[in-house]
Design a protein around this ligand. Structure first.
Ligand SMILES: Cc1cc2nc3c(=O)[nH]c(=O)nc-3n(C[C@H](O)[C@H](O)[C@H](O)COP(=O)(O)OP(=O)(O)OC[C@H]3O[C@@H](n4cnc5c(N)ncnc54)[C@H](O)[C@@H]3O)c2cc1C
Length: 473
């Protein structure tokens, strides 16, 4: 069952080219770069979900605002056009926020995330963005005794945070939904939907454009200073400059150790024929994940492929990012083996495309949204791989923070959530940063292997140590 899957024949797998999602949907027509110095009321750096949702909600709330978005390549070039399409209610750092601000504050944050899933679906409908949204919920499976122990604890924790619609499923009930080889149980929640990331981000950019926001593409910002976003083509001056660059933040001047660019890689199969789907099930099109330490995530696409992701090379020395999503052959092979480990019937299924992207990881693994009222600089991100829905909550929160600061509104429920204004220390300099992340993921892989082979009922000690040392636990 765990033997490496046969390699995809050379030349059949497209590698990089940003993502399958853009390859499938097509790249949008390019927008004009900035052509000289300019002024705005709000300047947003980065045209991913965070930047675009912020522009969307701000312009809707205050149509008179002059808002400029500066994007280094094209809208959706980053993680927003490359992700697994899990629109779900998870937010990085909830437990730490409970420790820092009390349980009730963390419950309010969780409730806001639950509502955010519906909010994204609502706006997509209202703006006629057809992003292949399917509200099938989220199914997370366990296939070792240790994973099952973690799954049950995770399930109880989520229920305690108010997810009363969540159900714990045994092996048979899991197989009635999706027949994952060797699955011993799962937990399902309705608070999630599958979507096509590139369709969402290009639709959102079009909606923002139509509202009258100026979007400049092919415009890299080299430095952000209070009231200034500096590019090779000119400087945008604005009272508010909002940094929405998540996994790319380290490339900006002075921010190298802010958020670590963590890599995540994906593969997508060819469209799978009906007779193979009969052996797999997955009619509910839930987003699918597991309870491994180096976890995987997957979706059944609208055109009946499986898109599956996980961590390949987790981090590049010096906080470098990938080249248009190009992915190492070993990572493609590992993801393909994982696919076949989950669904042995897919041993001969072709992998059409492989790609990678970066997500932002803060030193304490907590997502944040902030507006520094003394400088007018704001930012949001550090979603640690749970950014599809969280970016929407961030966008609405940045809207409220800017409106509050500029005297257009007061404090709101969103500005009082515990992740607003959270401060986090920087990552260690190299080579400690690189060594730390390599060790963390080596520990996770070791723990996953030991849990699979030893069949121990509890989490392997190595993973527990790694969590504590990394500041994650
Ligand atoms: C492979 C992968 C799979 C994932 N799967 C999921 C998932 O299924 N569910 C989930 O919830 N989350 C997932 N995530 C995380 C999620 O996609 C991100 O957290 C989210 O998209 C971040 O949005 P963003 O707008 O903050 O950042 P990005 O989408 O990365 O956008 C930042 C934008 O800023 C631009 N930019 C960067 N630097 C500059 C600069 N100097 N000047 C101008 N522009 C700049 C970039 O080109 C980019 O377009 C995944 C991430 C990856 C990489």
């Amino acid at each position: 069952m765990n033997a490496p899957a046969p390699r995809t024949p050379e030349g059949h797998t497209l590698n990089g080219h940003v993502s399958h999602w853009f390859h499938d949907h097509g790249l949008p027509a390019p927008r004009e770069p900035l052509t000289g110095d300019a002024t705005a009321d709000v300047c947003i750096v980065g045209g991913g979900y965070t930047g675009l949702w912020t522009a969307y909600y701000l312009k809707k709330a205050a149509p008179f605002l002059r808002i400029t978005v500066l994007e280094q390549k094209f809208c959706g070039y980053g993680a927003s056009g490359r992700n697994g399409g899990w629109l779900y209610n998870g937010i990085a750092g909830r437990d730490r926020y409970a420790k820092l601000h009390g349980r009730d504050a963390a419950v309010r944050l969780q409730e806001a995330m639950n509502d955010t899933v519906a909010e994204v679906v609502r706006v997509a409908e209202e703006e006629s963005i057809d992003a292949d949204v399917h509200r099938g919920g989220v199914l997370e499976v366990a296939y070792t005794p240790a994973q099952l122990t973690r799954l049950r604890a995770f399930h109880e924790d989520e229920v305690a945070y108010g997810d009363r619609d969540r159900t714990l499923l045994g092996a048979r009930e899991t197989a009635e939904r999706i027949r994952v080889s060797g699955a011993v149980g799962s937990t399902w929640t309705p608070h999630g939907a599958r979507l096509h990331p590139a369709k969402l981000v290009t639709g959102l950019a079009a909606a923002v454009d139509a509202l009258g926001v100026s979007i400049h593409e092919s415009t890299p910002v080299t430095e952000i200073k209070p009231k200034h976003a500096i590019t090779p083509y000119g400087t945008v001056r604005a009272p508010y400059v909002l940094r929405c660059t998540e996994g790319f933040t380290a490339a900006l001047k002075g921010l190298r150790r802010e958020w670590l660019p963590m890599n995540s890689s994906m593969i997508v199969t060819e469209p799978i024929p009906a007779e193979l789907w009969d052996t797999i099930g997955w009619e509910g099109r839930e987003t699918l994940g597991d309870m491994a330490h180096a976890y995987m995530y997957a979706q059944r696409t609208a055109d009946d492929r499986i898109a599956l992701g996980g961590r390949g090379v987790p981090y590049r020395y010096g906080s470098r990012t990938d080249n248009d999503g190009r992915t190492q052959a070993a990572t493609v092979d590992a993801l393909r083996s994982l696919l076949v480990r989950f669904f042995p019937a897919l041993a001969r299924t072709r992998i059409d495309h492989a790609w990678s992207g970066v997500l932002g990881v803060p030193r304490d693994w907590c997502a944040t949204v902030t507006l520094d009222r003394s400088t007018g600089l704001g930012w949001a991100g550090g979603y640690v791989g749970s950014g599809v829905a969280t970016a929407n909550l961030a966008g609405r929160t940045l809207r409220d923070l800017v409106r509050q600061d500029s005297g257009q509104g007061g404090a709101t429920e969103l500005t009082s959530l515990p992740w607003a204004g959270h401060k986090v220390r920087k990552w260690e300099p190299e080579p400690l940063r690189w060594l730390g992340v390599q060790s963390l993921y080596a520990a996770y892989r070791t723990a996953d292997r030991r849990e699979s082979t030893l069949h121990c009922p509890s989490t392997d000690r190595v993973a527990g140590w790694a969590d504590r040392i990394s500041g994650r636990g």
